[in-house]
Design a protein around this ligand. Structure first.
Ligand code: AMP
Length: 213
């Protein structure tokens, strides 16, 4: 099965996407994680992407489209869950062309949404493990030991772009560029809207129902 998850920053695409992909044996392809790995490895694409990411802006389409196509092709046999790609209509059109070229389809396109107040609280309290990328939240899902990942004991840090000024910019970019994806996808077959404003387990149960429908 192949799935697209989209929605505003902080809505829980990463957390829920990772969990549902693992439960269904799909690869979780998180565009932000792929970009952060490229930045860390100082690849040419990573160097191009860094300034945009630090400012909360979208990395140019040509860069992300090329990166994701490689991953999609590599995971075509297993099934994949796209999280954070596409993020604008041009990327959605590039995805459609790429799927057509490789004879693939998307089975579910799921729009996750939550009130802006929840997004702000989730983003500003978020902590990420530097070693394994697992996410925590200072209030909602704190690690057992402060500053230390429960899974691998790696160091927890706050993402540069989870600072308040950058968060405001990311939400602006979302409204301007990503929200129009709703019009693009909502009349297509396999589209679902998921209310992601509630507690993590409740949202996960609703997501399971959609994936298994
Ligand atoms: P995320 O981890 O999904 O919040 O993404 C972090 C940052 O990576 C975003 O603020 C963008 O700068 C960049 N990014 C992630 N996905 C995309 C995409 N599909 N297109 C362009 N930039 C992206």
């Amino acid at each position: 099965m192949n799935i697209v998850l989209f929605g505003p920053p902080g809505v829980g695409k990463g957390t829920q996407g990772e969990k549902i992909a693992a439960a269904h044996g799909m690869r979780h392809l998180a565009m932000g994680d792929i970009l952060r790995a490229a930045v860390r490895d100082e690849t040419a694409a990573g160097r191009d992407a860094k300034t945009y990411m630090d400012a909360g802006k979208l990395v140019p389409d040509a860069v992300v489209v090329a990166m994701i196509e490689d991953k999609i092709v590599a995971d075509a046999g297993t099934g994949f869950l796209l999280d954070g790609f596409p993020r604008n209509v041009a990327q959605a059109e590039a995805l459609a062309a790429m799927l057509h070229k490789h004879d693939l389809i998307i089975d579910r396109t799921i729009f996750m949404d939550a009130p802006e107040e929840n997004l702000l609280k989730r983003l500003s309290g978020r902590l990420i493990c530097r070693a394994c990328g697992f996410g925590f939240h200072r209030q909602y899902s704190p690690p057992l030991k402060s500053g230390c990942c429960d899974r691998c004991s790696g160091e927890l840090y706050q993402r540069e772009d989870d600072r308040e000024d950058v968060i405001a910019n990311r939400l602006h970019v979302y409204r301007e560029q990503t929200a129009p994806l709703l019009d693009y996808y909502q009349h297509q077959e396999g589209f679902f809207k998921l209310d992601a404003g509630g507690e993590m387990n409740v949202v996960y149960a609703a997501l399971q129902t959609i994936v298994e429908s």
